[in-house]
Write a protein that binds this ligand. Structure first.
Ligand code: DGY
Length: 327
C-alpha cells in the first residue's frame, strides 16, 4: 500500500502529480491555512506531511501522530517545526534550501530600492491622480549607489545580496557568528565587522539571519539607536528578528529614515501603526515568490517526502541524527 501524505496548502499541480505516483495524497487545495484542530484531523493516520510556514508542527502535534515519519516543509526556514521534538521522536524534517537564494536576494534589492526611493508612495500619488507634473523638489529619495551596505548574516542569501551590491559600487560590510574565509570575502568584495560597527557605519542594513532564540529581536530599540538617522533597515529573513514595535517607534520618530519589510513578527498581522507609516515598504512575505522558484520549492519538498517514505535518504534533511544515530 502507498504511504499516506497530507499536503496542508496548495502547491503546484505537477508536484502533486509526482507525489501521487508514490503516495496516497490528501491535499488542501483550498489554500487556506488549516486551523490547529483541522491540522490534527488531517494528520490522523498520515505517514508524511508536506507543510508550510503557516503550519505549527509542535511536539503536541507530533505526540498525537506517532505514525508520522516525515515533515517536509516547503521553505528553507523551518521555525514552524519543533525540530528537537521531531528528532527525539524519530521524525524526519526536511526543507528546501538553495533554490530560493537568488530570488530572495533579488527581492531584497527590490525592498532596498523601493524604500530608498519612496517608490510605493510615488506610485500611490500617481494612481490617485494627485500628481500635477514634474518638479525638482518632489519625491526626493536617497541614492543607493556609492553607499555603505551592512549585511547581517552572510549565508547564501546574504552573499547573493552582496554580489548584486557590487553593481551599485557600494562599500559592503558584513557580520555573522563566524567570519568567512578571506578568499570568499575578496570574491564578494566585503569586509567583516562586528554588529555594532556595522549598525553605526551602514546606510542600509539588511537582515539575513535565521530565526533562533539568539536572533529573536536581533534588532530592537538599542540597535535602532545605533543606526544612522538616515539609515534604511531591510528584513527579508524572519519577522521576530526585528522588534516590530520598536521599529514602528523608530520610523515614527525619525530615528531611522525608512524600512523595507517582507516578514513580520506575528504574520499576517502587522504591529500597530506599521501600515500607517509612509516610510516603510511592506510586502506580504513574497521574497521567494517567483513562479520558477516556488515551483522548484514545491518539487523539492515532494522529492524529500517521497525519499523519506520510500526508505531513501531525503536530500535536504534538517535532522540527520534521526538516520545517522537512529534516535
Ligand atoms: C522560506 O523559504 O523560509 C521563506 O521564508 C519563504 O520562501
Amino acid at each position: 500500500m502507498k504511504p499516506k501524505v497530507v499536503v496542508t496548502r496548495k502547491i503546484f499541480d505537477e508536484s502533486l502529480a509526482r507525489l501521487a505516483k508514490h503516495c496516497q495524497v490528501d491535499s488542501n487545495q483550498a489554500d487556506r491555512p488549516l486551523s490547529p484542530k483541522q491540522l490534527l484531523q488531517k494528520l490522523k493516520g498520515k505517514d508524511g506531511v508536506i507543510s508550510l510556514l503557516t503550519d505549527r508542527i509542535s511536539d503536541e502535534v507530533l505526540a498525537k501522530n506517532p505514525q508520522l515519519k516525515i515533515v517536509s516543509n516547503v521553505a528553507v526556514g523551518y521555525n514552524n517545526v519543533d525540530v528537537k521534538a521531531a528528532t527525539k521522536r524519530g521524525v524526519l524534517v526536511t526543507n528546501t534550501p538553495g533554490v530560493l537564494d537568488d530570488t530572495t536576494a533579488d527581492f531584497t534589492w527590490c525592498l532596498i530600492l523601493a524604500a530608498a526611493r519612496g517608490l510605493i508612495g510615488a506610485d500611490r500619488t500617481f494612481r490617485s491622480g494627485k500628481w500635477k507634473g514634474w518638479g525638482v523638489m518632489q519625491f526626493l529619495g536617497q541614492d543607493v549607489h556609492g553607499k555603505t551596505l551592512g549585511i547581517c548574516g552572510f549565508g547564501r542569501i546574504g552573499k547573493g545580496v552582496a554580489r548584486r551590491a557590487r553593481g551599485f559600487d557600494m562599500r559592503i560590510l558584513y557580520t555573522d557568528v563566524q567570519r568567512v574565509p578571506e578568499a570568499i570575502e575578496q570574491e564578494h568584495g566585503v569586509r567583516f565587522v562586528d554588529k555594532k560597527t556595522l549598525l553605526r557605519e551602514s546606510d542600509i542594513v539588511t537582515l539575513h539571519v535565521p530565526l533562533f532564540p539568539e536572533t529573536t529581536h536581533y534588532i530592537g530599540a538599542p540597535e535602532l539607536a545605533m543606526m544612522k538617522k538616515d539609515a534604511i533597515l531591510v528584513n527579508a529573513a524572519r519577522g521576530p528578528v526585528v522588534d516590530e514595535k520598536a521599529l514602528v517607534k523608530a520610523l515614527k520618530g525619525g530615528r531611522i529614515a525608512a524600512a523595507g519589510l517582507d516578514v513580520y513578527e506575528k504574520e499576517p498581522t502587522p504591529a500597530p501603526g506599521l501600515t500607517k507609516l509612509s516610510n516603510v515598504v511592506v510586502a506580504p512575505h513574497i521574497a521567494s515568490a517567483s513562479v520558477e522558484t516556488r515551483r522548484k520549492m514545491s518539487n523539492m519538498a515532494v522529492a524529500n517526502c517521497v525519499a523519506g517514505l520510500t526508505g531513501e535518504r531525503p536530500p535536504n534533511l534538517v535532522n540527520p541524527d534521526v538516520l545517522d544515530k537512529g534516535v
